[in-house]
Design a protein around this ligand. Structure first.
Ligand SMILES: Cc1ncc(COP(=O)(O)O)c(C=O)c1O
Length: 391
């Protein structure tokens, strides 16, 4: 195969990492100049910034007024595990997973909490568990957007409004890019460094009234460390949901999150944020349609993520190679793109099938995704040529 020519145009920003994700367009360090550094987060100013972050989150994400929103320690993992450790054990639980992060929550339930009534429903990379098989009278833990496979829940239709169990949803790579049906979700978690391109530090924990009710009426059999405790003396610690964090937050990260939220509001809120991710996915969909050697890892188009877009090389000459050779090929493509400075961190996740993962969340400019596509063709052809030469 003849060596392809390098495309002329380069993406203006090569950051397509799935987390931390690209900062919002136009971001500079000066966006943080109002951060109340060296001051107590419990001073009036700090507390008002934290409360503002909660308020803006509610406004943009359109979280119902009777749902609580808290800023908690340890990023998305902190928020998910806080919910699992605080709420699970009251009734049987269905643990639903189809990629690496969901599987991590399965491990938590089965091997760490050692829940006796845990049912595990799993699907492989590219697929999704059939939600018709889930028992929503059990508690249910699942990930809305599987970041490592690019497979998302298409909608909440399969979740009954009159369910008995709680739905605990890790929505870290979905929030701000996909619709989340809050009436079907009792716990929603995410972090700041995904779709909004914030700094990694804290987790967001959104609780439905039913989740709060569980907190008030159920005491887990296991001890809870201070950073997981949402109640005290049988009462909800309401302060957590007003910006009185359990322990010390980074006010620099808070300032950055506020900046990201302000940007989100300026461009038109949730609809505009979702539209940006959708437009980015549409560019890749067109590219995949035009090139038979590449395809989506997500088997069902309805489950295709518009944030963590996962691709596989479907070239028959490659799919029949041993797994290590396929890994090496995909890595070679990602490395070449990185070396050219056109795409950073787009190799597939370490546990996922070999391929590429291109973040398409709201902070990524559609023009950058457009400029990247010819480079993927270029790198694919360069790797094929290298393979042919080695044979
Ligand atoms: C679906 C999902 N869950 C959990 C995590 C872990 O998030 P964090 O590092 O914010 O704790 C990630 C990180 O990419 C993720 O994509």
């Amino acid at each position: 195969m003849a060596n392809a020519a390098k495309p002329d145009l380069r993406p203006a920003d090569p950051r397509f990492s799935s987390g931390p994700c690209a900062k919002r367009p136009g971001w500079t360090l000066s966006a943080l100049s109002d951060a109340p550094l060296g001051r107590s987060h419990r001073a009036k100013l700090g507390k008002s910034k934290l409360a503002q972050a909660i308020e803006d989150t509610r406004e943009i994400l359109q979280v119902p007024a009777d749902y609580r929103i808290g800023i908690v320690p340890a990023s998305d993992t902190g928020a998910v595990e806080m919910a699992m450790w605080s709420l699970l054990g009251a009734r049987p639980v269905d643990m639903v997973a189809w990629e690496s992060f969901g599987s991590g929550w399965v491990t938590d339930a089965v091997k760490q909490l050692k829940l006796e009534n845990a049912r595990v429903l799993e699907a492989g990379y590219g697929e999704i568990v059939d939600f018709a098989d889930v028992n929503f009278d059990h508690d249910v833990v699942f990930t809305w957007n599987g970041t490592t496979s690019g497979v998302r829940v298409p909608n909440g239709d399969a979740i009954p409004a009159d369910r008995q169990g709680l739905t605990i949803c890790d929505a870290t790579s979905a929030a701000f890019a996909q619709d989340l049906p809050y009436d079907k979700l009792d716990v929603v978690t995410f972090s700041w460094q995904k779709v909004m391109g914030g700094e990694a530090a804290h987790g967001m924990l959104i609780l439905s009234p039913r989740a709060v009710e569980r907190l008030l009426t159920y005491k887990p059999a296991w001890p809870l460390p201070k950073i997981f405790r949402l109640t005290s003396g049988g009462k909800l610690i309401e302060g957590i949901f007003k910006g009185e964090t359990i322990n010390t937050p980074s006010m620099l990260c808070v300032e950055d999150y506020l900046d990201a939220l302000n940007w989100g509001k300026r461009i038109g809120g949730l609809e505009a944020l979702k539209a940006r991710a959708d437009a980015n996915l549409a560019v890749i969909e067109r590219f995949v349609d035009e090139n038979s050697w590449i395809g989506f890892l997500a088997k069902d188009p309805a489950t295709r993520s518009n944030t963590s877009v996962c691709l596989q090389f479907t070239d028959p000459a490659l799919v029949n190679l041993p797994r290590e050779a396929q890994d090496a090929f995909a890595k070679g493509v990602a490395t070449l793109l990185e070396k050219e400075g056109v795409a950073l961190d787009i190799g597939s996740y370490r546990d996922a099938p070999p391929g590429l993962r291109i973040w398409c969340g709201a902070t990524v400019e559609t023009a950058a995704v457009e400029a990247l596509m010819p480079w993927i063709s270029y790198a694919y052809q360069a790797q094929k040529a290298a393979l042919a030469q080695a044979a």
